[in-house]
Design a protein around this ligand. Structure first.
Ligand SMILES: Cc1cc2nc3c(=O)[nH]c(=O)nc-3n(C[C@H](O)[C@H](O)[C@H](O)COP(=O)(O)OP(=O)(O)OC[C@H]3O[C@@H](n4cnc5c(N)ncnc54)[C@H](O)[C@@H]3O)c2cc1C
Ligand code: FES
Length: 420
């Protein structure tokens, strides 16, 4: 009987001790978890504060070092990146320091091309991270004639860059601009989607995240036709291999016999949202897109269908400059038929949604307005508004001066008088 009581006593004491031990263990585990959580929070707070400080410093430097109008730059290096794709490194001719820029922004060039009556204006995205401050880099693809017009002349400026401009030559450049930028003060996960030469602004975004040591989750979906046009292959693979937060998916739409699936590229076919959904699972990303028009329209439509809010879809189009873009759809707010007066030319025209932008209307009526990008990015088509107001078909990358409008992307809100 005594023995039984003793055993029961031991069992009770043992149980109590075990309970205490479990309790202590649980408390210890919670403390370790809390400490780990606090450390992660602290690191996040430190990174955020650092990002905010850097952003404030960049704004100060931009205000101090930026310039208005065109500045002379010397081409200091020219590097072939893939078939028909070449990078140009530019150093300011005055050797004064360069202002920082936001990853995703572009430079606007004014080129004096032989046999052209006037200087030609084109935009090219900065393809390197802003942390590389001694030179700017742009990466340009040669533009062939459209497939249905093989007799047409090839792209004027891209050819001029590739064939005529050499190391030591001088080009005229506006300060970095454009609203298609990565918000570097945030840590939220992002998806970069680049088709063809549209990878350039996204490359700048990726490099800037990588250079900063940020652990922000990045998915980079890059589409090229085949290995011959695969830009900066080693660089991209190296970043993805060395950074657990960076995931690279390369798609070839027309792989060649020598292109190896699993080594040179990850998927055959075009980039699609279905493929992204397989890899991403959740939809809580910010999406940044740049590429050819068919890719842009299909991907943006499918992202919207997936339920991605408009505010999380950021894109830029490299609108063809010489050839007019397809007629843009009328904005919801714009009225259907409006009188537009071109005051200096003494002409009056009727604008309807079918006409397109005010630049299209001017051209259709023989009114000359200078233009460069036809995409609201370079500011060349800026025209003073004497009366009335305009709407924009797409948000201008370089905001117009007060009292002016960017006619290549503007439509009238009501009767307007333009100084053209
Ligand atoms: C914000 C922004 C950033 C950009 N970033 C980059 C970048 O990083 N890299 C890059 O490579 N590009 C970029 N671009 C595109 C670039 O600005 C030019 O549009 C591109 O280089 C083509 O210009 P181009 O002068 O060579 O061709 P254009 O002379 O403008 O010709 C365009 C097309 O029209 C055809 N064409 C010309 N004349 C005729 C005719 N008479 N009849 C029929 N067809 C004709 C040409 O063959 C060509 O296919 C960017 C554009 C923007 C707006
Ligand atoms: S032509 Fe470049 S902004 Fe209009």
């Amino acid at each position: 009987m005594v023995a039984v009581l003793e055993i029961a006593g031991y069992a009770i004491v043992g149980g109590a001790l075990l309970e205490v031990a479990f309790g202590l263990f649980g408390m210890l585990r919670r403390q370790v978890e809390r400490a780990r959580h606090d450390r992660a929070e602290e690191a996040l707070f430190r990174r955020r504060s650092q990002a905010l400080l850097s952003a404030a410093e960049a704004r100060r430097e931009t205000a101090e070092l930026s310039w208005t109008g065109f500045r002379k730059f010397e081409i200091v290096d020219k590097v072939m990146e893939a078939e028909g794709i070449c990078s140009f490194y530019l150093r300011p001719h005055d050797r004064m320091p360069l202002p920082p820029f936001e990853p995703g922004q572009h430079l606007t060039f004014r080129l004096r091309i032989p046999n052209q009556a006037k200087p030609v204006v084109r935009c090219y995205s900065l393809s390197e991270a802003p942390s590389r401050r001694e030179v700017y880099r742009i990466t340009i693809k040669r533009v062939p004639p459209p497939p249905n017009e093989p007799e047409a002349p090839p792209g004027l400026c891209s050819d001029f860059f590739h064939d005529s401009l050499q190391v030591g030559d001088i080009v005229e450049v506006q300060a970095p601009s454009g609203g298609f930028c990565l918000d570097r003060t945030r840590e939220t996960p992002i998806v970069l989607i680049g088709g063809g030469i549209g990878l350039t602004p996204l490359l700048s975004m990726l490099n800037s995240i990588h250079d900063s040591g940020s652990e922000r989750e990045v998915w980079f979906f890059y589409g090229a036709r085949h290995g011959g046009e695969h830009v900066m292959k080693e660089h991209l693979r190296r970043i993805a291999a060395g950074a657990p937060n960076v995931h690279l998916v390369v798609c070839y739409s027309e792989p060649r016999a020598q292109d190896r699936l699993g080594e040179d590229y990850d998927r055959a076919g075009h980039i699609s949202v279905a493929m992204m959904r397989e890899r991403l699972g959740a939809a809580n990303y910010d999406f940044y897109l740049c590429g050819p028009p068919p890719m842009m329209s299909s991907v943006t439509a499918d992202l919207a269908e997936w339920g991605i809010p408009e505010s999380a879809i950021h894109f830029e189009a490299f609108g063809p400059a010489t050839v007019k873009r397809a007629r843009p759809a009328a904005s919801a707010e714009s009225v259907t038929e409006v009188e537009v007066v071109f005051a200096r030319s003494g002409k009056t025209a009727r604008w309807t949604a079918e006409v397109g932008s005010l630049l299209d209307l001017a051209e259709a009526n023989g009114v000359a307005i200078e233009f460069g990008c036809r995409a609201g990015s370079c500011g060349t088509c800026s025209t003073a508004l004497r009366e009335g107001e305009v709407d924009y078909l797409s948000r201008p990358g370089s905001p117009p001066e007060r009292g002016s409008c960017l006619s290549c992307v503007a439509v009238p809100k009501g009767r307007i008088v333009l100084d053209a």
